[in-house]
Design a protein around this ligand. Structure first.
Ligand code: GLU
Length: 524
């Protein structure tokens, strides 16, 4: 479906603008992905900007984590902290000297003011308002008139305080009685009355802008056409719209698209950073260890997810193509993704579906590629040298992958291809074994050992069926015991193909061993 963004006559430029305050949550990854898909689809530019103006919340390693996560997922940037670009630097702390002039310009235009209130004074105001039963005490169009700022102090007094180096902040002067409207691509028209907004701090005397000022100034300077970000920023959007207006940048105002939240599997609230390990699935792309507390959180990569699967499942958390197709490569997503199919309702995270996605990609992986991964495990298990073999292992992978979700499941499912079973699934033996079966398998062993059986899946099946008919037992009753004797397990990959791959000598040996073992256990 074609999207018409005629109001954006400029070439599409979008940004992902995380704050390096910790590991990137998968909700953030989804935001990055949607920006990326949108940029690619519109032949636009995708920018990575690091919003690190809040030094108190800065976490070492978080930026590297963000970069590595997105690289792993194949979400590539055209400009940003890694690749540079025409608007460098892309880290806000390095852009610090650029912001002051805009804060001062806003003061000059009468849309912002200096405020000198101390923490204690602000606290006292809050208490006063609480005592007066004001539900949400704010520094706003009412309270600012009784606080210590350049609106209430004389020009001289303000100047004196500034000259003497007294700490201050610059606050936006929210208009008293106006409606701020903007059109959100996902939510439609959003209308907010200025009475519900507070005079947010834009700039601090240490020379650092706050998120709001830096974010809007940079979106303007970097010529951003669309701001695609999480719903948690929707309440800030009216303030941002006002800043565009106050600065006279209306023509450059981006279109907004606020993405709905990712919800817990039960739909009860937002999927938080803590939920993952608590509910048994990762909420981060990569493992993370908190540099201060040492607390560890698990990531999709280390849990054995393929990046393609993670991209696919995240794309579907809040978007759908309007068809029944569920598997999309990144290229297909670029061709298909449109913001008008992004839901405005929260998307429930479904851990089972996440595993399902991984299985789909696992099944579609070439066996040789899987063999390279699995061989590492095989080697570590101390398997006989002749079986540490890529061709053999590729065939094993071909048989077992349908039964797995992750390559880490392979050993449990297919370890018997390398090492004979040390024990049997006893429930099957106890339930199904009898003297008839015993003599059946003794005969079967001889038939399979006979060179006239060429030991293909087909011939093995034919031998079993005819022998079963001869012995007067149903073929169905021998299949599972056969599997258990050879593999140790009651279920597994296609039976006859498994036997063919194990090879005549090994199968015959295992039947022999099985007969002896079962015999021994039944006489004890
Ligand atoms: N720095 C903000 C964040 O951490 C960016 C919000 C936005 O995209 O405007 O999510």
């Amino acid at each position: 479906m074609a999207e018409n963004y005629s109001s954006a006559t400029r070439p599409v430029r979008v940004r992902f603008a995380p704050s390096p305050t910790g590991p990137l949550h998968i909700g953030g990854v989804r935001t990055a992905l949607y920006n990326y898909l949108f940029a690619r689809r519109h032949n636009g530019t995708f920018i990575l900007r690091i919003e690190d103006t809040d030094r108190n919340r800065f976490v070492p390693g978080a930026e590297q984590y963000i970069v590595e996560s997105l690289k792993w997922l194949g979400i590539h940037f055209d400009e940003g902290v890694v690749n540079g670009g025409p608007h460098a630097p892309y880290r806000q702390s390095e852009r610090k000297p650029m912001y002051r002039q805009y804060a001062e310009e806003l003061i000059k235009r009468g849309n912002a003011y200096y405020a000198f209130d101390t923490t204690e004074e602000l606290e006292a105001m809050r208490k006063r308002l609480e005592a007066a039963k004001v539900a949400a005490p704010q520094y706003n169009y009412i309270t600012r008139s009784s606080m210590k700022n350049s609106l209430t102090l004389s020009e001289d007094e303000t100047k004196k305080r500034l000259d003497s180096g007294e700490p201050y902040v610059i606050r936006i002067k929210i208009p008293r009685n106006e409606e701020v409207r903007f059109h959100d691509i996902i939510r439609g028209w959003v209308v907010v009355h200025t009475q519900s907004l507070d005079d947010k701090v834009l700039f601090k005397s240490d020379g650092m802008p706050t998120y709001h000022l830096a974010n809007v100034v940079d979106d303007y300077l970097m010529q951003i056409t669309h701001v695609i970000r999480g719903e948690e920023w929707l309440p800030s959007a009216p303030l941002h719209v006002l800043l565009y207006r106050f600065m006279g940048w209306q023509d450059m105002m981006p279109q907004f698209a606020h993405l709905s939240l990712l919800l817990r599997p039960d739909g009860n609230g937002k999927l938080s950073k803590r939920d993952g390990d608590r509910l048994g699935f990762p909420v981060f792309p990569l493992d993370w260890k908190d540099p201060v507390t040492g607390e560890k959180s698990s990531g999709y990569r280390e849990q054995g997810y393929f990046p393609e699967a993670v991209v696919n499942l995240l794309a579907f958390l809040g978007w759908n193509p309007g068809t029944t197709q569920e598997l999309f490569t990144m290229e297909e997503l670029v061709e298909t993704f449109t913001l008008d199919r992004v839901s405005k309702h929260g998307a429930k995270f479904d851990p089972e579906k996440a595993r399902w996605y991984n299985r789909q990609y696992l099944i579609r992986k070439p066996n040789e590629e899987l063999a390279d991964i699995f061989l590492q495990v095989v080697k570590a298990k101390g398997v006989p040298e002749n079986l540490v073999n890529r061709d053999y292992t590729a065939k094993v992978c071909g048989l077992i992958k349908e039964k797995a979700y992750f390559t880490s499941d392979f050993w449990d499912i297919g370890g018997f291809f390398y090492i004979p079973p040390a024990a049997y699934d006893n429930s099957v033996i106890q339930k199904k074994w009898n003297d008839h079966l015993h003599s059946f398998f003794a005969k079967l062993k001889h038939e399979l050992d006979n060179p006239s059986c060429n030991f293909t899946a087909q011939s093995i099946e034919a031998v079993i069926k005819s022998l079963a008919a001869e012995s007067g037992i149903s073929p169905g009753s021998v299949m599972q015991p056969f599997r258990v004797i050879v593999t140790g397990m009651a279920a597994g990959p296609a039976l006859f193909e498994t036997m063919e791959l194990l090879g005549r000598d090994e199968v015959v040996k295992r039947i022999d061993a099985g007969l002896i073992r079962i015999e021994a256990s039944s006489t004890t």
